[in-house]
Ligand binder design. Structure first.
Ligand code: NDP
Length: 328
């Protein structure tokens, strides 16, 4: 019996349990590509799955982990051969399909993206789903027509994974970035990433007016709830906010005023079922527009046996930037 190390989530009498176990290779799910996983990462959703805080996992037993980078071990998919370097993220991995916190993953070849030239597998997972979602948000803003000359952009949840990468990329592209954070102590970190201004997240979290002073032309929001409502209310005429997260809540207590009086657009960002062509574009842009030194600054490394503890910390907002997980 061939086994490998994996973090398995099981259903318990109350909630779920997570444990590092030996997983039987014969129990891997269907797929035409088997990947030797080298690196994974810790995202907010991984924290939810590991702690059982919300029903992310919809099949038991489940291997947790929503993203990986590694090397193809075997393939019957014509696009992939043994030795190819690949990135896999989303598509239900860690939710409905066995996930990434494991030495092996078997997936559909159509889900995979080739590791961009010059990007290491570790760097790809330092970026991870959070960083790729930040880039999907930037692409959506660009697609809307936003340019640095239009005015400042705001990034909420600034010291988190999505926020940190969004700041680094937007500042690299020439935007004046306003970073909203609850951690005043991270001012130096955020300015180092390229933030031009820091604001306290309390400024945006209380219920506000349907329309406020126009402060930014665009934004990347990973917080949701009243924060997103206030972002929209303070967006300039014909500006846009890319909404990708819910760290502050799932609700959106807003009005139509920003949409019908200022032509503001709310751009929805989903990373999980995102079409493959847009994924390839996002990863290519990350290899071009994310400064490698800044990526190194926001990244900390943990081992597979530290992931369960780290999952609780990410939900408590105690993790800064990105956490990469060494697997292989
Ligand atoms: P992190 O935990 O790394 O960052 C979230 C940040 O949000 C925190 O660092 C904190 O920033 C801020 N925050 C936390 N709690 C609150 C709160 N109660 N009120 C206001 N701000 C808060 O998570 P990620 O960056 O990985 O993910 C961010 C969000 O994006 C999550 O909701 C996640 O589920 C979502 N997401 C969505 C994806 C999609 O496909 N749409 C893909 C990836 C992520 P600070 O300390 O600076 O205030």
């Amino acid at each position: 019996m061939a086994t490998f190390k994996a973090i398995r989530i099981d259903k318990a009498e109350k909630g779920t349990t997570a444990a590092l176990v030996q997983f039987d290779e014969a129990d891997l799910m269907e797929g035409d590509v088997t990947v030797r996983v080298e690196w994974s990462t810790l995202n907010y959703k991984d924290g939810l799955a590991l702690t059982g805080t919300s029903p992310v996992v919809r099949r038991f037993p489940m291997i947790a982990g929503i993203d990986f980078a590694g090397t193809v071990e075997s393939s019957t998919n014509p696009n992939w051969k043994s030795g190819d370097k690949v990135i896999g993220n989303g598509w239900g991995m860690g939710e409905t399909h066995l996930g990434a916190y494991a030495e092996k993953a078997r997936v559909k070849g159509d889900w995979l993206v080739r590791l961009p030239d010059g990007m290491s597998a570790r760097d790809a997972m330092a970026i991870g789903t959070a960083g790729y979602t930040a880039m999907l948000s930037v692409l959506a803003l660009e697609n809307h027509g936003l340019k640095p000359a239009d005015g400042p952009v705001v990034v909420t949840g600034a010291a988190g994974g999505v926020g940190s990468v969004a700041i680094a990329v937007l500042s690299q592209l020439g935007y004046h970035v306003i970073a909203s954070t609850g951690r005043a102590s991270e001012e130096g970190y955020l300015k180092g990433l390229g933030a031009a201004e820091i604001i306290d997240r309390n400024e945006l979290s209380a219920p506000g007016k349907p329309l406020g002073k126009e402060r930014w032309a665009g934004g990347v929001d990973s917080v949701g709830s009243t924060t997103l409502a206030n972002l929209l209310a303070m967006t300039k005429y014909r500006g846009a906010i890319a909404a990708c997260g819910l760290a502050g809540g799932m609700d959106l207590p807003s009005s139509v005023a920003p949409f019908i009086l200022r032509g503001v657009c709310l751009l929805g960002i989903d990373s999980v079922m995102c079409p493959i062509e847009l994924r390839k574009q996002a990863w290519a842009r990350l290899s071009r527009d994310l400064d490698a030194a800044k990526l190194a600054d926001i990244t900390q490394e943990i081992a597979l046996d530290q992931v369960i503890d780290a999952g609780a910390k990410v939900l408590a907002g105690q993790v800064r930037g990105r956490t990469v997980v060494k697997i292989g």
